[in-house]
Write a protein that binds this ligand. Structure first.
Ligand SMILES: Cc1cc2nc3c(=O)[nH]c(=O)nc-3n(C[C@H](O)[C@H](O)[C@H](O)COP(=O)(O)O)c2cc1C
Length: 163
């Protein structure tokens, strides 16, 4: 595709509103994490989720190699955290208050829900890999005001409309 087609495709893809998550893991005891909007639920029984990691992402090798990771669904007051975990080349965990799970995965506070997952499938897909995770534990967090990403802007959920 030429650059014009790429940009048109990127804009068209951005018209699908999503939530925003931070996915964390540990590689040789070192915390890794990145912001993702590609998260989705797949199967209820057994509980499975998916998300995709770009081959360009600094964390690509890490997330393709780890078994355990935690998906944090972000709240609308966590934009700074989302931007931090989308910034390449910085120490994303510097001065950040976090705990460790039983598998040594960093747990960031303030998320709406946390899913503790283990990878069961890893499918190459173009310039990304699709990672399917089995949900091993769910932690319900606080509030009901998720962070939304739409047309490259952060938003919050609007009024419910009658169906
Ligand atoms: C709201 C938002 C959603 C994102 N979703 C994804 C995603 O689903 N998968 C992914 O690989 N990168 C995603 N990114 C990009 C990564 O968080 C990160 O910025 C990128 O990997 C940094 O490397 P780069 O600048 O070389 O692309 C997202 C970034 C933002 C701000």
């Amino acid at each position: 595709m030429d650059s014009h087609e790429l940009e048109n495709t990127r804009i068209a893809f951005s018209k699908f509103a999503t939530g925003v998550c931070i996915v964390t893991a540990a590689v040789d005891g070192k915390p890794v994490g990145m912001t993702v909007s590609s998260f989705n639920s797949v199967s209820l029984d057994p509980p499975l989720v998916l998300w995709s990691v770009g081959k360009h992402a600094p964390e690509y090798a890490a997330f393709c190699g780890v078994k355990n990771y935690v998906v944090h669904i972000l709240s609308s007051d966590q934009i700074a955290l989302s931007n931090r975990f989308a910034t390449p080349g910085i120490d994303k965990f510097d001065s950040l208050d976090y705990e460790l799970s039983g598998q040594n995965v960093p747990l960031i506070a303030g998320a709406i829900t946390r899913f503790h997952c283990s990878t069961v499938h890893n499918y190459p897909a173009g310039d990304h890999n699709i990672l399917v995770g089995s949900v091993d534990e769910i932690e319900q967090g606080r509030g009901e005001s998720p962070l939304i990403y739409y047309c490259s802007d952060y938003r919050s959920v609007g009024e419910a409309i009658a169906g």
